[in-house]
Design a protein around this ligand. Structure first.
Ligand code: THU
Length: 138
């Protein structure tokens, strides 16, 4: 992805990190997805007193986009860390990888794991989720 889009996406993720609700794990995560309409949608992890009811930042961002009518994701940036301090890369969990799979072309979709706007790792969803099962398989 181009440098401007990447920077905007990482920035959007960092801006929403303050909204993460993670009183149980104290591990705050935020994600921002860029769709084919050019818009950016953010999401954060939202935990629950009944632990399994919580949801990851990536899925919240993707469902946010889908709820606004979007159906194609071009890229997703993820930031996160203990007590909101981003000291390492935060890779998406397996469930979130599968949810990303629904709305993208895995070989083309970019996943950006960022520590800052100029310290990041970039990969495709196909690299994170090889031999995946998607809508075309049904
Ligand atoms: N979490 C995310 O939001 N995204 C990830 O990719 C990994 C984990 C959240 C879930 C939970 O609220 C907290 O981080 C600790 O697992």
């Amino acid at each position: 992805m181009n440098a401007i889009d990447r920077e905007k996406l990482i920035q959007a993720a960092f801006e929403s990190l303050k909204n993460s609700y993670a009183p149980y794990s104290c591990f705050n995560v935020a994600a921002a997805v860029l769709t084919d309409s050019g818009k950016i949608y953010t999401g954060v992890n939202v935990e629950n007193a009944s632990y399994p009811c919580g949801i990851c930042a990536e899925r919240n961002a993707i469902f946010h986009a889908a709820a606004c009518g979007e159906r194609k994701i071009i890229a997703c940036a993820v930031v996160g860390g203990k007590n909101g301090e981003v000291t390492d890369y935060c890779p998406p969990c397996g469930v979130c990888r599968q949810v990303m799979r629904e709305f993208c072309e895995p070989e083309k979709m970019t996943v950006v794991l960022a520590k800052s706007t100029d310290d990041y790792k970039e990969m495709t969803l196909a690299q994170l989720l090889p031999e995946s099962f998607g809508p075309e398989n049904l």
